[in-house]
Design a protein around this ligand. Structure first.
Ligand SMILES: *Cc1c(COP(=O)(O)O)cnc(C)c1O
Length: 378
């Protein structure tokens, strides 16, 4: 099988699994228990929190463990809006957020908040002047995705932080797609809150982190026991937390080694596929994630293309994984101004460091043949 869907999820790194194993077996204690077995689990969580804090260059208190990227995004939006609502009721986001941000924003509108969804240009970038103009005296929070999961466009997060902080507006970024590919340290990004998850970085699924700058008020997510600084009750996912920290450590340490390889694969894949007539690369050619290829093919139905690729053992995606299968046209490609036919005929291929040049060449040949076939059958 050729796996080109790393933006949906990644395989677990065997070293991560090995590090998790004892916490699923003999080290099964509840971190809140006072005897040795419990203390051992507590200490594993403390260490994981420290590891992640070191990588983000923040303090361990600023790292909150959650059950997914979706949960961190939801917590940031609902929790910060709730805690800030005495200061205003306006939130700024973009039209190209992941649904884990978009849908909470829509829910906040139903609860009486006002939300501005910023447009993007043809390559998926927001306009910083638009951002400045969107700010009102009631703006309390902005949430802007760091690198888009469908088209890979990378926003200028430090510049956005600067604009928002001049107006004392809290800034959350969804950075799920970025570890191992872009800087994720807080001194560089200057955000108040940031979401990352484990399933996109060769870690276990269903673990997330919400970075929250010290002193930032947020409403608790879950009420119950005193876990996660009394903000997210419930016995911790010890093995998952240990696994996420290990995964983030490995991907960060090996970034300089893997990045040139992934970039090379991406550029080769783009070059090969653009040789076909009637194709266009979606997203920005330069401000683009190193692992993202998103291409529209004129007169070649996207769903048929995906099914044929599956028959050839190639795993890819159209739009985002959450929308494919439901046949909903991608809101991200629509925001770029793409006509419906090209939105429907788009293919997302996202690479990982285990992919090879040979796989890229093979997949390029197969995709080219299928697209030509589909066009002939029209
Ligand atoms: C995958 C992803 C999410 C959701 O993360 P889960 O852990 O699957 O809930 C949110 N935002 C972005 C940008 C993602 O890529």
């Amino acid at each position: 099988m050729i796996y080109f869907d790393h933006a949906a999820t990644t395989p677990i790194d065997p070293r991560v699994l090995k590090k998790m194993q004892p916490y699923l077996e003999e080290k099964f204690g509840n971190p809140s228990s006072i005897y040795a077995l419990g203390r051992e689990a507590r200490s594993a969580i403390d260490q994981a929190r420290q590891t992640i804090a070191d990588i983000l260059q923040c303090t361990p208190k600023e790292i909150l463990f959650t059950g997914s990227g979706t949960e961190s995004d939801n917590w940031a939006i609902f929790g910060l809006a709730e805690a800030q609502k005495k200061n205003g009721n306006h939130i700024i986001t973009t039209k190209i957020e992941h649904h884990a941000v978009l849908n909470p924003c829509q829910e906040l509108e139903r609860r009486g908040f006002k939300v501005t969804y910023l447009d993007v240009d043809a390559s998926g970038l927001i306009n910083l002047e638009d951002l400045k103009k969107a700010i009102t005296k009631d703006t309390i929070l902005a949430s802007i995705i760091y690198a888009n999961n469908e088209i890979g466009t990378v926003q200028d997060i430090p510049a956005i932080s600067k604009i928002l902080h001049e107006q004392k507006i809290l800034f959350h970024t969804d950075a799920c797609q970025t570890p191992g590919l872009l800087p994720i340290d807080i001194p560089t990004l200057q955000v108040d809150a940031m979401t990352i998850n484990s399933s996109k970085i060769y870690g276990p699924k269903a673990v997330g982190v919400l970075y929250l700058k010290e002193g930032t008020k947020i409403a608790p997510l879950l009420y119950g026991g005193g876990q996660e600084f009394r903000m997210r009750a419930g016995t911790e996912n010890v093995a998952g937390i240990v696994g996420m920290a290990e995964a983030l450590k490995i991907i960060t340490q090996e970034q300089s080694h893997h990045l040139p390889h992934i970039l090379n694969l991406r550029d080769l894949l783009i070059k090969n596929l653009l040789k076909l007539s009637g194709t266009r690369l979606n997203g920005d050619p330069v401000r683009r994630l190193a692992n993202n290829v998103n291409i529209s093919f004129e007169s070649a139905d996207g769903e048929s293309l995906l099914l044929r690729l599956d028959m050839q053992q190639i795993a890819a995606s159209s739009g985002s994984a959450c929308t494919s299968g439901s046949l909903e046209p991608s809101h991200v490609l629509a925001a770029l101004g793409l006509p419906p036919e090209l939105i429907k005929n788009s293919l997302r291929l996202t690479l990982g460091h285990n992919n090879t040049v040979e796989e890229v060449e093979t997949a390029s040949r197969i995709i080219t043949r299928i697209v030509e076939d589909l066009r002939m059958a029209k």
